[in-house]
Design a protein around this ligand. Sequence first.
Ligand code: ATP
Ligand code: MG
Length: 297
Amino acid sequence: MALTETNCPDLKLLARGKVRDIYEVDEHSLLFVATDRISAFDVIMKSGIAGKGKILTQVSEFWFDLLKDVVPNHVITTDIAKMPAAVQKYRDQLEHRSLLVRKLRILPVEAIVRGYITGSAMSEYKKKGTVCDIPLPAGLVEAQELPAPLFTPSTKAELGDHDENIHPDKLPAIVGERYAKEIAETAVRVYAKAREYAKSRGIIIADTKFEFGVTEAGELVLADEVLTPDSSRFWPADKYAVGKTQPSFDKQYLRDYLESIHFDKKTGVELPQIVIDNTIAKYVEVFKILSGKDAIF
Ligand code: ATP
Ligand code: MG
């Protein structure tokens, strides 16, 4: 059964995002719970994908650990046995899908890094020869590797709204000069390390989105989810062929299905069981390939 909403009355619910339910544990920490909700085109679907939240959490946990020498992250613990009793009380709902995290001031920007051109970046490039108004060489084709990883930030929209791509030059006005520079540099560094690792496992990380927060001491910390199939495009390296749409281990499969039924991008729909099954299968497979481990359900 898909868990599309948690119900933990003894914990203080702070927010429900498109995918996560966030509880306040104390002044300094949050419980960051990935439900089985799935969104596409910024719309939450009516059907959940059973087990998806557990995969997302385990994928993020894997990357946070692998990347901890490159960037500090928000995780306090992933082990429910080490969380406060009030959390353990809801073990049935929360285990394997929850992170206890440091409460941070999240910087209102989606730090997107692209190694390959596809999706909305390709749409803008076809129209204007740019991505985020950054001029790119002429003649790039679908799924082509970019000359270097490109930082293409967007604003972080409120629930129900769409993010908007912005030129990196506009970042200082939003997050200040210091963090603008630090986010751009860190995002590219994290992407580069992850991409190298994933390549060694046969996966191309075409693009991804990070979120950063700031501690009370002003330190920049990697937050949210990291390099999951919800926040990234993962392509099987052995099937990579430039000039066409790539097979993928991520939400692209759902997006393609929705396009095929002329989804209006406004109201979530029920998903056929086959789409649910194929989606979770891709998530499970990519976790196994990346980590070498079977996901825990
Ligand atoms: P989507 O991921 O589909 O864009 P969303 O942005 O609504 O949807 P969710 O993943 O459902 O996000 O919810 C996570 C929310 O928690 C985001 O708003 C994110 O910025 C915020 N967040 C992540 N890490 C922290 C943290 N350490 N402290 C405070 N807020 C955080
Ligand atoms: Mg999110």
